[in-house]
Each structure stands twice: as C-alpha cells, then as structure tokens.
Design a protein around this ligand. Sequence first.
Ligand SMILES: [Cu+2]
Length: 150
Amino acid sequence: MQLCQYPSQSRIRRFTLEAIQIPIVYNQYGDPAPPILRAYVGDPAKIRLVHGGIKETHVFHLHNHQWRLEGGNPVSTIIDSITISPQECYTLDILYGAGSRNRVIGDVIFHCHLYPHFHEGMWTLWRIYDRLEDGKGKLPDGSPIPLFCP
Ligand SMILES: [Cu+2]
C-alpha cells in the first residue's frame, strides 16, 4: 500500500481536516490520489502494514476502528494506532470488520500521526459502503457522480 502522495501544482487544494489545514492531491472526483481501501460494512478486514523504507519511523492511525496489539490474543490491549519503523510489518486484524462495532459507513481516514508527515500527504481513506457498489461511479439514484470543480 502506498501511503505517500506527492503534490503536483495543478491539483492541490487545502482543506481543514481535524482542525488543521492539509494539502491534498485529488482526482477528478475529489478523492485523494493514493489508493482508497474499499469494503462493505461488516466485511471481515485485515490491513497489512508494511514499512519498506529505510529512514523514517511513522505512526499509523486509523479512525473509528481498532485492533488488538497482539493479534489472536483476546485479552491483548485494544489500539487504534501503531508505531512502525523501517523494515517492520504488522497485520492489523480489525475488530468487528469494516465499519467497526458501530457500523460506520462512508469515508474513514487513516494517516501518519506525526503531523508533519500527515501534512505532507501521508494519508488516505477507507471507503465503507452500505449498499452494493457496481464500480460504475454512479450515485444511488443512477445519476453520474459530478466532477469535482474547485
Ligand atoms: Cu510518518
């Protein structure tokens, strides 16, 4: 999974998110440039977190979801962030699957919790659907999704 996005001058806007301003690089629909995870609410979900770099340590933080620090240990501490250093990897077994216990739908952000990294674009979304998505990019009423026009 690629977490970094590199701004191009033509597609940068600043949005207020979590009370800070972050630049995003977006596609024609206003989605962030890095890949978006997709699932249906309640789907079992595991995230394989791999740090293939050689320098920086990061803190992976996923909103609205949690996992156990020690996967497979039912009394292990429940967390929603984990520090990952170069050449480390983790499998995050998401408790209650996509949408978590409260069955959240919509876009859930995940990002590096080191804010300079977040600010430079180390974030993307997990899109959780509550109805069948056919991949045609249409709204529930069948009309096309309008292009994002800043
Ligand atoms: Cu980071």
